[in-house]
Design a protein around this ligand. Structure first.
Ligand SMILES: NC(=O)c1ccc[n+]([C@@H]2O[C@H](COP(=O)([O-])OP(=O)(O)OC[C@H]3O[C@@H](n4cnc5c(N)ncnc54)[C@H](OP(=O)(O)O)[C@@H]3O)[C@@H](O)[C@H]2O)c1
Length: 290
C-alpha cells in the first residue's frame, strides 16, 4: 500500500523528501508553506501534488505528515494543526530536526497520531544537494514504535541507512553530529590560523591542508579509529609536542587551549591504538596540563 503523505515546510529537506518518496511510490498529496510560491516550487520539483498555504486542509488527508519547517516553529506549527483537528487517527507525524525529540509533537497525539522524528545525518545547502545526498546517508529515527516502523521504511525508500536511538538521547546524538561536521570546520579554521601564523597565506593554507584532511578521512574509513591516528602523539613524541605548545604560546596563544584539549583526546586514541605507552601518555598529560 502506498502511504499518502504531506509536507508542511517546503524548504530544502521537505522538498527533497517529497521528491524522493514520490519517486519511491509513496502517494504525494502536496506541500504547505508560509508562501504559496515555495510550496509551488516543491510541487514542481516533484511533478505532482497540491501547493497550498492551508496546511490543515492538506494534512487531514495524509497518513504520513512531515513538518519540515525551521526548528524553532515545529512545535508551534504542530500545535496549530492539532488545534484544528488536522491529523488523522493513526497517522504518523514526524519532524526532521536533529536536536529536538519527537515529543515536541505531543499535541498531535490528542488527534490519535503517532509521533516520530527522522533526521538525515547530512548537511544540505540546496534542495538539489539534499535530493542527491540523502540516499547513501544515515537517518536517525526515534519515536513511538508504530511511527518508528513507518519511518524506518521511509529511510529505506530514501536509500538511507538507519540509526536508532532512544528519544531522550536526541541532544547527545545531535552534539555528536555537530562535532563531526561543524566542529571539523572550526578545527580546520584553527589549523589555517596556525598556518597563517607560520607565514602561509590563508587560501594556500587551506589548499595545502585539504589533501591531508582527505587522506585522514580516507584512513578513518579504511582502518577506523584508533588505527588511523598518526603523528607525534601516537608515537609518544613528547619533545615535538612540547615544541608545538611553545610555538603556539608565542605566535598564536588563543589556540593553545584548543590544541591542548584535542591533544589530550589524541592521547586516549594513541593508548587505544597501542603505539603510545602509558609512561609516555602520563608525560604528555602532565605537559598538556590535565
Ligand atoms: N538543511 C540541512 O542541512 C538539514 C539537515 C538535516 C535536517 N534538517 C532539518 O530539516 C528541517 C528543515 O530544514 P531546511 O534546511 O529544509 O529548512 P529551510 O530550507 O529553511 O525550509 C524551511 C521551510 O519551512 C517553511 N516555513 C517556515 N515557517 C513555516 C510555517 N509556519 N508554516 C509552514 N511552513 C513554514 C519555509 O517556507 P517559506 O519558504 O515560505 O519561507 C521553508 O520552505 C529542520 O528541522 C532542520 O533541522 C536540515
Amino acid at each position: 500500500m502506498s502511504l499518502r503523505f504531506a509536507v508542511v515546510g517546503p524548504g530544502k529537506v521537505g522538498s527533497a523528501l517529497a521528491k524522493l518518496l514520490a519517486g519511491a511510490g509513496y502517494a504525494f498529496l502536496g506541500c504547505a508553506g508560509r508562501s504559496l510560491e515555495s510550496a509551488r516550487r516543491a510541487c514542481e520539483l516533484v511533478g505532482s501534488g497540491r501547493a497550498t498555504t492551508d496546511a490543515a486542509g492538506l494534512t487531514r488527508g495524509a497518513e504520513l505528515v512531515f513538518i519540515t519547517t525551521p526548528d524553532d516553529v515545529i512545535a508551534q506549527v504542530c500545535r496549530e494543526l492539532a488545534g484544528r483537528g488536522a491529523f488523522r487517527t493513526g497517522a504518523t507525524v514526524a519532524h526532521c530536526c536533529g536536536a529536538l525529540p519527537s515529543t515536541i509533537l505531543e499535541p498531535a497525539r490528542a488527534c490519535g497520531a503517532r509521533l516520530g522524528s527522522i533526521h538525515p545525518l547530512q548537511s544540505f545547502a540546496t534542495v538539489e544537494q539534499a535530493v542527491e545526498l540523502i540516499s547513501g546517508s544515515f537517518c536517525c529515527v526515534e519515536g513511538e514504535p508504530e511511527a518508528v516502523e513507518v519511518l524506518r521504511a521511509v529511510a529505506g525508500a530514501l536509500g538511507a541507512r538507519v540509526v536508532n536511538i532512544p528519544t531522550e538521547s536526541k541532544p547527545l546524538y545531535h552534539a555528536a553530529a555537530v562535532m563531526a561536521s561543524n566542529f571539523l570546520v572550526a578545527l580546520e579554521n584553527a589549523a589555517v590560523k596556525l598556518g597563517e601564523a607560520a607565514g602561509i597565506g590563508r587560501r594556500e593554507a587551506l589548499e595545502s591542508l585539504l589533501p591531508l584532511i582527505r587522506g585522514t578521512v580516507s584512513n578513518m574509513e579504511k582502518v577506523g579509529i584508533p588505527q588511523c591516528l598518526t603523528g607525534p602523539i601516537s608515537r609518544g613524541d613528547v619533545e615535538t609536542t612540547r615544541r608545538h605548545l611553545e610555538a603556539i604560546r608565542q605566535r598564536a596563544p588563543a589556540l593553545l587551549s584548543l590544541y591542548s584539549v584535542l591533544a589530550l583526546e589524541a592521547v586516549e586514541v594513541g593508548l587505544a591504538k597501542g603505539t603510545l605507552s602509558s609512561a609516555r601518555a602520563a608525560e604528555l598529560r602532565a605537559l598538556l596540563g590535565s
